[in-house]
Design a protein around this ligand. Structure first.
Ligand code: CP
Length: 319
């Protein structure tokens, strides 16, 4: 039987995207219960294999798996036999032999999730591979937007910041094409990938009040500390002056504006304190929505052909 993986948002057609978003909506109810658990994935084991630091993604996959009654193994890369020269492939085969059911992988190298998918008999979920993709982040962000806007079709989103190194932006722009979302990007030319014009409706190099009146959503990206000494921006202070989103700008913007950021945020680099803590900024809501969105992904991959309609998901049993 062929194994289904989720390594790119492009793995999903529109119907599958709608299915996952509807399933996430159904699973969100579990978090409101006194006992936050359903027996859907009893007997399954989710393995978190993170070669790069994470707060939100690793924890929310763990919470999502536990809410579905799966067991969770957080593989400790630093203390594993990888340090004795064991290869990635042999590490994967070892996890399979130990009874894992699905592997969530994060790695600093682009393409590693697809490499794992090529070797693996288990479903692989890409939790971020270098600057390539972060598909579950895009999914949870679409889910968050659906809670605030009647339709995603025609929604005007402005992505601001370091698009060149952003796996989140890459997954977003592919998803926008599927969902009919209009994309504007704002960044210094040094932080935009070559050919970006083909994927977006508008490219700008400055933030203006007019632009902030024209869009429904500002999606901010982190300025990555690890890249700041490479000459992409003159200085953090200069970046904040030209591209940091401030509360006074938000107050003059579209009155229905929402601000999103995948986290972790750098206060007073890409966003000031006032805008970060403003009511229309949905950063913690995104974190919260990461759980049902990832529950939907785990359910979809681990149920396989037994996955039913979204409204049946709460009563399913993979065992
Ligand atoms: N958004 C995101 O991927 O955050 P973490 O690096 O904390 O997982």
């Amino acid at each position: 039987m062929s194994v289904r993986h989720f390594t790119s948002i492009r793995d999903l057609n529109r119907e599958e995207m709608d299915y996952l978003l509807a399933t996430a909506r159904n699973f969100s109810e579990v978090a409101q219960r006194r006992i936050r658990k359903v027996p859907v994935l009893r007997g399954k084991t989710v393995v978190n294999l993170f070669f790069e630091n994470s707060t939100r993604t690793r924890t929310s996959f763990e919470v999502a798996a536990k809410m579905l009654s799966a067991d969770v193994v957080n593989f400790n890369v630093a203390t594993s036999s990888l340090s004795k020269g064991e290869s990635l492939k042999d590490t994967l085969y070892t996890i399979e032999a130990l009874g894992g059911s699905l592997i969530v992988v994060r790695h600093p190298s682009p393409g590693i999730a697809d490499l794992f998918a090529g070797w693996s008999r288990l479903p692989i979920v890409n939790a971020g591979d270098g600057i390539h993709e972060h598909p579950t982040q895009a999914l949870l962000d679409l889910y968050t937007l659906q809670q605030h806007f009647e339709s995603l079709d025609g929604l005007r989103v402005c992505i601001m910041g370091d698009l060149l190194h952003s796996r989140v932006a890459r997954s977003h722009l592919f998803a926008y094409k599927q969902m009919g979302i209009q994309a504007t990007v704002v960044a210094p030319p040094t932080l935009l990938p070559r050919g970006i014009e083909r994927y977006v409706d508008k490219v700008a190099h400055r933030v203006s009040d007019d632009l902030l009146k024209e869009v429904d959503v500002v999606y901010l990206l982190r300025i990555q500390h690890e890249r700041q000494d490479k000459g992409f921006i003159p200085s953090v202070r200069e970046y904040f002056r030209l591209y940091g989103l401030r509360l006074d700008q938000v107050m003059r913007a579209n009155p229905n504006l929402k601000v999103l950021h995948p986290g972790p945020i750098n206060r007073n680099v890409e966003i000031d304190e006032g805008a970060a803590d403003w009511d229309g900024t949905l950063i913690l809501e995104q974190v919260e929505n990461g759980v049902p969105a990832r529950m939907a992904v785990l359910y979809w991959l681990l149920m396989g052909e037994k996955a039913g309609q979204p409204e049946e998901a709460l009563h399913a049993d993979a065992s």
